[in-house]
Write a protein that binds this ligand. Structure first.
Ligand code: AR6
Length: 190
């Protein structure tokens, strides 16, 4: 399943249901953890598909940055993934929504978009950060992700032409489809 939306300035938001490791993009955002040590979920899938080079790079970064706070990200190469970079973003662990979770989640998207621009990327893909192991309710996380991406594309996009939301499973895909569909964006036909 897949759908595209066009912004007035010609940039695009693409929505895809599937495995983020199989979808080509200049940069792939990862839902990592503070230890940058790999893990389950999409993090595990990215390390499995990308191969050991990614963890080797993280081994070098770790001593410099220590434990990475929620809302921040570091960049590595993408190993065997169909991408140039992986941005390892640390999402917030969801407690009750009153502990800065929304701002930290928004920051994950913003920081990754900025990192993509800094590296001249044309496209970046995102999983639904924090909505798995970290327990962020998908319906609360989705409007934060889409609003942050839209704001960035509308106001700050340079090299970046396309942001891809990769949703795992039909329910997550439908949630984004509804949100983006109701946002007044034009659906792209190609
Ligand atoms: N492609 C796209 N999305 C995926 C994939 C995939 N291959 N696999 C899972 N998802 P999670 P978090 C979706 O748990 O909540 C790890 O252990 C999944 O359905 O991967 O940020 C890290 O090391 C969900 O919607 O990340 C951290 O310790 C979304 O990706 C911790 O989990 C995020 O789920 C981070 O937890």
């Amino acid at each position: 399943m897949e759908k595209g939306f066009r912004l007035p300035n010609g940039t695009r938001i693409r929505l895809v249901e599937g495995d983020i490791t199989r979808i080509p993009a200049d940069a792939i955002a990862n839902a990592a953890n503070a230890a940058l040590a790999g893990g389950a979920g999409v993090d595990g899938a990215i390390h499995r598909a990308g191969g050991p080079d990614i963890l080797r790079e993280l081994d070098e970064i770790r001593p410099r940055v220590g434990r990475l706070p929620a809302g921040q990200a570091v960049a590595t190469g993408a190993g065997r993934l169909p991408a140039r970079f992986v941005f390892h973003a640390v999402g917030p662990v969801y407690r009750d929504g009153r502990h800065g979770e929304a701002e930290a989640l928004a920051s994950c998207y913003r920081v990754c978009l900025e990192m993509a621009e800094e590296r001249g990327c044309r496209s970046i893909s995102f999983p639904a950060i924090s909505t798995g192991v970290y327990g962020y309710p998908a319906e609360e996380a989705a409007p934060i992700a889409t609003a942050e991406v839209r704001l960035f594309l509308e106001s700050r996009a340079g090299s970046l032409r396309e942001v891809i939301f990769v949703q795992f499973g039909e329910a997550a895909y439908r949630l984004y489809e509804r949100l983006l569909g109701e946002s007044g964006l034009q659906e792209a036909q190609d």
